[in-house]
Design a protein around this ligand. Structure first.
Ligand code: PRP
Length: 181
């Protein structure tokens, strides 16, 4: 991971450029295709931050894979602090019963959102449940949660782009960068 000149005035530096992210997503796609061969994979995107990653990851999966896509929307933050208790704003449309769920996140920070969400999903008796996150900030973790699939481990800096926002802005940036303060 090498810092590069910013491509947007809101960024102080680019942490991960577009080509680096795309290459890693291709690798994840190959790995997930191999791991879920012969199984019924249900990809669950956590809105909104995961949508860019999910769209690229989905296209990196092998065409032979039996895969469906669904979404959840959750809210765990009151102001800037995570409350640890996740409120479901949008629930799955399909039943996860008996399926192999792979939850897709843009970033795992404290882990509180995913810990609560995975507990809720596990209570609905999927065959298995794993997590795939584009970004992991292990230094910030407040729970033991560790995603099985991680794109990149990053330091504790506030990042935006590739789906991640600040106040709902910058999700469209093709790279992941540190927001200028
Ligand atoms: C972000 C991110 C995760 C969560 C991670 O979502 O997408 O869901 O925070 O934080 P945690 O590990 O500390 O719980 P956010 O609430 O910003 O919503 P968004 O995806 O709509 O941007």
């Amino acid at each position: 991971m090498s810092a590069q000149a910013p491509t947007h005035p809101a960024l102080s530096k680019v942490l991960l450029d577009e080509a680096t992210i795309k290459a890693r997503i291709q690798e994840l796609g190959v790995q997930i295709t191999r791991d879920y061969a012969g199984r019924r994979l249900m990809i669950v995107g956590v809105l909104k931050g995961s949508v860019i990653f999910l769209a690229d990851l989905l296209r990196a999966l092998g065409p032979e894979l039996d895969v469906e896509v669904d979404f959840v929307a959750v809210s765990s933050y009151a102001g800037k602090a995570s409350t640890g208790s996740v409120r479901t704003l949008l629930d799955l449309r399909e039943s996860p019963d008996g399926k192999d769920i792979l939850v897709i996140e843009d970033i795992v920070d404290t882990g509180l959102t995913l810990t609560s969400l995975t507990e809720t999903l596990l209570s609905r008796k999927p065959r298995s449940l794993e997590v795939c996150a584009l970004l992991d900030k292990p230094d910030c973790r407040k729970t033991p949660l560790q995603p099985k699939y991680v794109g990149f481990k990053i330091p504790n800096e506030f990042v935006v782009g590739f789906g991640l926002d600040y106040d709902e802005r910058y999700r469209q940036l093709p790279c992941v960068g540190v927001l200028r303060t």
